[in-house]
Ligand binder design. Structure first.
Ligand code: CMP
Length: 140
């Protein structure tokens, strides 16, 4: 198993409900290390750019509004198979379909306000990590 890094975002629905610590506990309990982390307010421009792959989807506009509706915590998670492992810890995009014990099953409000984002491939992880962090901000 290769040690990987993945980009995680704790979304505004979760930061508003003060769930950052509980969500971080899930990552740490399941073998991922938080090797970079910052709490920021995304600008509309940043949110649009970050989710540009979804620009043609019907939910894009609402998604951008939601992601700028409050602070987010952006983080780099590191560990064995971190991309896949984080997706397991998060659970399905739609909380109604998420396995018991996953972050989205426990904390998400709906398919949009689903508490966390995680990169979907190693290739996208590298792009998404560099969207928010420079190499010297990541300390493994
Ligand atoms: P995320 O993993 O951040 O990637 C895209 C986001 O779009 C997704 O989580 C959801 O928050 C949001 N979204 C809203 N509606 C949908 C939908 N119908 N299908 C997929 N993602 C959606």
């Amino acid at each position: 198993m290769a040690v990987e890094r993945t980009l995680s975002i704790i979304k505004p629905d979760a930061t508003k409900r003060n769930l950052t610590g509980k969500i971080n506990q899930k990552f740490e309990d399941n073998g991922l290390r938080i090797v970079a982390q910052k709490r920021i307010q995304l600008t509309e421009d940043q949110a649009k750019k970050f989710y540009a792959v979804h620009a043609e989807r019907p939910f894009y506009k609402d998604l951008v509004s939601f992601m700028i509706s409050g602070p987010v915590v952006v983080q780099v998670l590191e560990g064995d198979d971190a991309v896949a492992q984080n997706r397991k810890i998060m659970g399905a995009t739609n909380p109604a379909e998420a396995d018991e014990g996953t972050i989205r099953a426990e904390f998400a409000e709906n398919i949009e306000a689903n508490s966390v984002h995680g990169s979907d491939s190693a290739e996208n992880a590298a792009i998404e990590v560099s969207f928010f962090f420079s190499e010297n901000e990541i300390v493994g």
